[in-house]
Design a binder for this molecule. Structure first.
Ligand code: C5P
Length: 225
C-alpha cells in the first residue's frame, strides 16, 4: 500500500524559483518519480526546467491545459513531445474537433519518428470548483470520444469515470480539510481506496521545510470534517 502511494504521487512544482524547484526534485527523487510543471514553473523557466528534470531521471507531467483551435493545439502537442514529457494536459472544453485532430496529429508524428507519444490528459472541472458529478462526466465523455488517455478529476469522480470510460484518472485536491482554494478534496487514503491512477499534490509538500517528511505525513493523513 505504502509503496503504491509513492508510485502514484505527482508533485506539483508550482514554484517561481529555479533553485527551490531543484531542491524539491533532488530531495524527493527517486522516491517520487513524477513532477508536474504547470503554469507557474513553465512561465518562469520554460523548457529548460523540463530538460533538467528529465536529466535527473524524473518524468514530467506538463500541465498547461491547452485550449485553442485545432492547428495551434496539435502543433503545441508536438512540441510537448519534443521536450520528452511523460504526459500533458488539454482542456476538454476545447471540444472534440480540436482534441481529435491533436490526437491524430500526435500519433502520426510519433509513428514517423518511431517513438511513443506522451499521454494526453483532459482536464474536466477544476477541483477548486464545487460542481456536480454529471458535469464532470459530460466532460469525461468528451475525453473518451476523442480517444484521449486520461482525465484530471477529483478523487470522488475517479471510480465512475474509470468504470464508464476506462480512462486513466489523475486527481488533485488532496487535502485532509478545506483550507484553501481546493474544494473537491480528499486524502491520499481516499484516493487509494477510490483506485485513482495518480494523485497530484503541490502546496502541502512544497510549502514545508522538509519535503520528504511532508510526503510521509501526507500519505498517512485521515480526513477531518
Ligand atoms: O497545491 P495543490 O496541491 O493544490 O496543487 C494542485 C495542482 O493541480 C495545482 O498545480 C493545480 O494547478 C493543479 N490542478 C488542479 N485542479 C485541476 C487541474 C489541475 O488543482 N482540475
Amino acid at each position: 500500500m505504502f509503496k503504491k502511494s509513492w508510485e502514484k504521487l505527482i508533485v506539483a512544482l508550482d514554484i517561481a524559483s529555479e533553485k527551490k524547484i531543484k531542491e524539491v526534485v533532488q530531495a524527493l527523487y527517486p522516491k517520487v518519480k513524477k513532477f508536474k510543471v504547470g503554469l507557474i514553473a513553465y512561465t518562469f523557466l520554460g523548457p529548460k526546467i523540463i530538460k533538467w528534470i528529465n536529466n535527473q531521471g524524473g518524468e514530467v507531467f506538463l500541465d498547461l491545459k491547452f485550449f485553442d483551435i485545432p492547428n495551434t493545439m496539435s502543433e503545441a502537442a508536438k512540441l510537448a513531445m519534443d521536450m520528452g514529457v511523460w504526459a500533458f494536459t488539454v482542456h476538454l472544453r476545447s471540444g472534440k474537433d480540436s482534441l481529435r485532430f491533436l490526437k491524430e496529429q500526435l500519433v502520426s508524428e510519433a509513428e514517423n519518428r518511431g517513438q511513443h507519444p506522451p499521454l494526453i490528459i483532459g482536464v474536466t472541472e477544476l477541483t477548486s470548483k464545487k460542481v456536480s458529478l454529471s458535469k464532470v462526466m459530460t466532460l469525461a465523455k468528451v475525453a473518451y470520444e476523442s480517444k484521449l488517455d486520461g482525465v484530471v478529476c477529483s478523487v470522488w469522480e475517479a471510480r465512475k469515470i474509470k468504470k464508464s470510460f476506462g480512462l486513466l484518472t489523475i486527481t488533485p485536491g488532496i487535502r485532509k480539510r478545506k483550507e484553501d482554494d481546493q474544494t473537491r478534496i480528499a486524502t491520499v487514503k481516499d484516493a487509494l481506496k477510490e483506485d485513482v491512477d495518480y494523485f497530484v499534490v503541490g502546496r502541502p509538500i512544497i510549502k514545508e521545510k522538509d519535503y520528504l517528511k511532508a510526503v510521509k505525513k501526507l500519505l498517512e493523513e485521515r480526513r477531518e470534517r
